[in-house]
Write a protein that binds this ligand. Sequence first.
Ligand code: FA5
Length: 345
Amino acid sequence: MMREQLEDLRTRVLAELEQVDSLSALEDLRVKYIGKKGELTEILKGMGKLSPEERPVIGQLANEIRQKLEQELEQKKDALEKAQLEARLQEETIDVTLPGRPVATASRHPLTQVIEEVEDIFIGLGFEVAEGPEVETDYYNFEALNLPKNHPARDMQDSFYITEEILMRTHTSPVQARTMERKEGKVPVKIICPGKVYRRDDDDATHSHQFTQIEGLMIDEGIRMSDLKGILLTFAKEMFGPDQKIRLRPSFFPFTEPSVEVDISCVMCGGEGCRTCKQTGWIEILGAGMVHPRVLEMSGYDPKRYTGFAFGMGPDRIAMLKFGIDDIRHFYTNDLRFLEQFNRL
Ligand code: FA5
């Protein structure tokens, strides 16, 4: 009786196993028939009723059947797992002949490119790069540069004030005073300082309320105006080409005496006269001069012993000339169509 039950169980399990097509169905089958509470266990509960002669025979048969079924189930499991892996590999096959998706790469902003080019030229001439804060005190932005409170020349550079004494710097010149203080009267001082500056200017094609400047400062014994001219001419030739000329026009800055505006021969027409240079053949690129004795004195340098020159240029305008850009606002509106033209891969 029990023998038939066991053999019937084996036949059924083997037949059902044929139909199983998933790992979860296989597990269900295992639990149902040979699991702890499965049908085999149920049948074996009847062992107690068997005669002592029958018991070992049936016991052995039950073990054989269990082993056989476990083996069959294991084999089926391997087969199913293999098939599943195959299917997955098939599904996830990569077609290496498909064109790749382009990787979006960032590039350096055109202004950064120009600033770095200017830095490289001056580093080649022995200058060091210095930096200073964009949120500046009235003292460094104006007073230490010989622009006392209520001085009319302050009108040339209206700013954004945070408090009465703290403002967004209007030029990079405060770094001059900061550097001289840091150097504690030692020479030589030879720095250039690039950075952002802010002015309450009306925005138009050539003016922005936030723009960049690069300050230059050189102090030592015996520095003369001809040194300034030589350095700036070298810079202009390096930046715009060997035929560049420069022109110095008298001007006024409270922190330099004498002061000049420096023009380069027009890079568009070579000095012939065109729209860009308003038919003059010249384009203004920076302000400069010999450091005012009072500025030297305020920052701890003896003006009887030391002299120096300083200049401040606008890289925005230089970049406009270099790349032929007609509106300064393009630099600050973050339009990728504009910026991507300056990718250097
Ligand atoms: C100054 O800012 C002086 N600190 C420069 C200087 C330094 C003179 C050291 C002497 C010694 P100015 O205001 O001219 O000077 O500005 C210098 C340059 O900044 C200009 O030639 C121009 O290229 C640029 N610039 C000025 N205002 C703007 C603006 N609103 N938008 C874009 N560029 C500007």
